[in-house]
Design a protein around this ligand. Structure first.
Ligand SMILES: *Cc1c(COP(=O)(O)O)cnc(C)c1O
Length: 389
């Protein structure tokens, strides 16, 4: 690894130079099945011809003008996202952390507008919201925060999934609840529908904003366009990024009702955010997801894969649980397994481990039946060999 890079990442000893669909090829010409999609980013696989064509065409036409001027493609994308989610308006950024910065700034300003000078936001244990100072302060992981104190203040932490603890909080400075409907980095933990419904009711009663970080679970991966659509509720604020541009950087913060009126002229901005090239990529992603019915495909592929795993691991005492929704799949083992991604690499499949012992699969939504079978068989082989079953 070159010494000219800051050593911020523990990289696997492999580099890819080409991709197609769910496959990646190394510089040595070895082929791997990508079951992590660049961490929930390349949901349509690699080198999708329609996205490549949209990006090339837009690059030949107009890449960037700045938000000093109107951007027709940004307006079109906002309209599509609003229609799909039932939210009202959008602020565009370039990453998930930035989308969350917008959401957290919105929550603070909402508090100030209600006469609360030190607004607080309820966040969850084991959450992940990004690496900027505001978002790492919101994140429920000491590892992410350590060494960067003083953290941004104004967060109250609660256990994920526990409605009673949140209901018991009666601090008048609380203005919002911020959580992932499906925790990703936290180990693929799905918030039960009743929990989300209860949080919606609490937020309505107490005039708090319900804000969802859908950076990882959004854009079809959960088997619905957005994770919250599994419960019969709507958030006030939702953030997106990762899969929104299928690898082209773009993030979005959406808002509804009163929350949609909080950020006004001069309150927030971004040089690149929502430029024509990024918006063209995202519009193309939405077209492909709809035209090819990939959201439904994510739901059915998820069922197939999870039930195959459940059957295979039913008598393996070292596999604690298979869980997830759509194509966010976690296999929790009974012990930490940091060497598992390397073992999977030997079997030519890319997977990942989060929360120490949960094997995380985030395969692309375009897998065909043969590729799905191959994924299932390979992962089962790797896990059974690892656990000695
Ligand atoms: C990846 C992720 C982020 C951070 O996104 P970046 O684009 O890396 O800044 C935030 N929230 C969740 C849930 C994520 O999975």
């Amino acid at each position: 690894m070159t010494v000219s890079l800051m050593p911020t990442y523990a990289r696997m000893p492999v580099s890819f130079e080409r991709g197609q669909g769910p496959w990646l090829w190394t510089t040595e010409g070895q082929r791997y099945l990508d079951a992590i999609s660049g961490i929930a980013v390349c949901n349509l696989g690699h080198a999708h011809p329609k996205i490549a064509e949209a990006l090339c065409d837009q690059a030949r036409t107009l890449i960037h003008t700045s938000n000093l001027y109107g951007i027709a493609l940004q307006e079109q994308l906002a309209e599509r996202l609003a229609a799909l989610s039932g939210l009202d308006n959008v602020f565009f950024s370039n990453s998930g952390a930035e989308a969350n910065e917008a959401a957290l700034k919105l929550a603070r300003k909402y508090g100030h507008s209600r006469g609360i000078s030190h607004p607080k936001v309820i966040v969850m244990e084991n959450s992940f919201h990004g690496r900027t100072l505001f978002t790492l302060s919101a994140t429920g992981s000491r590892k992410v925060q350590e060494g960067f104190e003083p953290l941004v203040e104004g967060f109250i932490r609660a256990p994920f999934g526990d409605g009673d603890q949140i209901e018991a909080l009666d601090d008048p400075d609380i203005v919002a609840i911020f959580l992932e409907p499906i925790q990703g980095e936290g180990g693929i933990r799905v918030a039960p529908n009743e929990y989300l419904t209860r949080l919606r009711t609490l937020c309505d009663q107490r005039h708090w904003l319900l804000m969802f970080d859908e950076v990882q679970c959004g854009m079809g991966r959960s088997g619905r366009w957005f994770g919250f659509q599994h419960a019969n509720i709507k958030p006030d604020v939702m953030t997106l990024a990762k899969a929104l541009g299928n690898g082209f950087p773009i993030g979005a913060c959406l808002a509804r009702g009163a929350a949609a009126e909080v950020l006004t002229q001069g309150n927030h901005g971004s040089t690149f955010g929502g430029n024509p090239l990024a918006c063209r990529a995202a519009l193309s992603v939405i077209d492909i997801l709809s035209d090819e019915h990939l959201v439904q495909r994510a739901a059915s592929l998820g069922e197939t894969i999870r039930s195959a795993f459940e059957a295979a691991f039913k008598n393996n005492p070292k596999v604690r649980e298979v869980r997830g929704r759509g194509l966010m799949i976690g296999i929790e083992l009974d012990a930490p397994c940091p060497e598992l991604p390397m073992k999977a690499l030997d079997a030519h499949i890319l997977i990942n481990v989060t929360a120490e012992r949960t094997i995380r699969l985030l395969p692309p939504l375009i897998l065909n039946d043969d590729e799905t079978r191959h994924l299932i068989d390979t992962v089962i082989g790797v896990v059974q060999a690892h656990t000695g079953a």
